[in-house]
Design a binder for this molecule. Structure first.
Ligand code: GLU
Length: 249
């Protein structure tokens, strides 16, 4: 295999905290140990939650922690057309359908649907819709059966794309060989592998690391300012001390 390429791909929805410091250390560390490189990618397609000031803070905090990365950094919000192309391609393969339902209208558990019987009228009324992947059609396309997935949304009503599409597209585009990310995302990996196979993208290796939880065993939140890297820095901790604090127990 060629050179190892990993990536650290935070979303600028708040300030980075100790959990991110550990995640960054895992992604950059894996690349270093294997003579590879780690890319930084800003996953900011969700304009309802991401803010430019948090993007600037990501650069600043990671730099202060001692990480460095190749430039230019891929900032997903600048590449919406790429993600629209993925949706177009899946549509050309006839693997998607329009879904007008709201979250409340969906049943719990695995969801399998299909085109809305009133689609023409709803389109005429300019109702917003999401594009969902039809697992039935995806199975037929791959000649497989019994795939245990829901018909996931690949293009959200509000942002026109989805985390799955942007993330897998970019991992392929950036030739990421090893995705090093937290165990919290592990349940999504099998679905992302399906998307990669449908798109003919190579499937990277996945390494899901432990999470740095708080003492109560809960995930750290970006709303919990106590553990933000910048507040620890302002309190006078050094980068080495912050990385030390970031280790999971
Ligand atoms: N942007 C995602 C997050 O902030 C990470 C995605 C990934 O590593 O695949 O949680």
């Amino acid at each position: 295999m060629g050179r190892v390429i990993t990536r650290f791909a935070p979303s600028p929805t708040g300030y980075l905290h100790l959990g991110h410091a550990y995640a960054a250390q895992q992604a950059f560390g894996y690349a270093n140990e294997h003579g590879g490189i780690c890319l930084l990618r800003i996953e900011d397609i969700d304009h309802t939650r991401c803010k430019p000031e948090y993007t600037s803070a990501i650069y600043e905090d990671l730099d202060w922690l001692g990480f460095d990365w190749p430039i230019p950094v891929r900032v997903q919000s600048q590449h919406r057309a790429d993600y629209a192309c993925v949706i177009d391609r899946l549509n050309a393969m006839d693997l998607l359908y329009r879904c007008f339902k709201t979250r409340k209208e969906l049943p719990d558990g695995v969801y399998r649907g299909g085109p809305d019987p009133d689609e023409a009228a709803r389109l005429k009324a300019n109702e917003k819709f999401a594009w969902r992947l039809s697992i039935d059609r995806a199975q037929a396309h791959l000649g497989e059966s019994d795939l245990p997935f829901s018909d996931e949304v690949l293009a959200r009503k509000d942002i026109g794309t989805s985390y799955h599409v942007a993330c897998c597209h970019d991992d392929a585009l950036q030739a990421v060989t090893h995705v090093v990310r937290g165990k919290d995302i592990e349940p999504l990996t099998a679905f992302q592998n399906l998307l990669q196979r449908l798109m003919g993208w190579s499937v990277p290796e996945y390494i899901h690391h432990k999470l740095r939880l708080n003492p109560d065993g809960e995930k750290l939140s970006k709303r919990n300012h106590d553990t933000s890297i910048r507040s620890l820095r302002a309190e006078g901790y050094t980068a080495a001390e912050v990385l030390d604090m970031a280790q999971p127990w």
